[in-house]
Design a protein around this ligand. Sequence first.
Ligand code: HPA
Length: 252
Amino acid sequence: MRPKTLTAIIGGTGLTQYPGLEIEREELIDTPLGAPSAPLIFASLHGQPVVFIARHGHPHKFPPNKINYRANMLALQQVGVTHIIAVNAVGGITPAMGAEAICIPDQIIDYTFAREDTYFDGVFKPLDHVDFSYPYDAHLSAALFKAANEIDELVQMGGVYGATQGPRLETAAEILRLERDGCTVVGMTGMPEAVLARELGIPYACLTLVVNRAAGKSESVITMDDIYKALEGGVKKVQRIISAFLSQADVS
Ligand code: HPA
């Protein structure tokens, strides 16, 4: 029997494995659109059933533009997840978004290109157009924010996620353009994941973790060393928020 709620956690850079899971089994799910990035990990966390997937694979091997997002999301649907928490490392654009800041965005601007970004392509499913005015699930985002507040973890509620193609980082001029567009954080994996969740009808929310100031927003060169340092502390905060969320009675 399937559980009433089944939380999916999509781990990004710095979270290819999720410490603390009581793992029940791992399963490499096949989908009509190919294999997901990694086996799905079925586990329990704070007494709640969860399914974890490493977005980039484990070990980290798929660059953001080569991830089979359609297979990842379809696999999650196939196993019956009821909602999805995506964890994404991002660069911070606005002053409040310094290293280790966490934001729950409420909007997206998509600057990616040439990604398989729909199920409704007339091949896998008939052509269709979904409403995507509000790309993240408001109820799920609010529950994550409430969980963060309950454990006094500072989180910015609301913000605009600018999704760029990668894998290279942006130029300073590109970041200025994103800023003029209203983006508060910039990352490479927010799309098409969010729209695919919408097309599948699965509530989806995102915890973005700032791991560097975006290009041109600090004096220093962006190094992977600095990014990994920010990930170390930041991922623990993200995990604490997810734990608090799962401990809430109403998780769906
Ligand atoms: N830009 C795009 N994606 C990112 C960044 C960035 O600065 N940092 C982490 N992911």
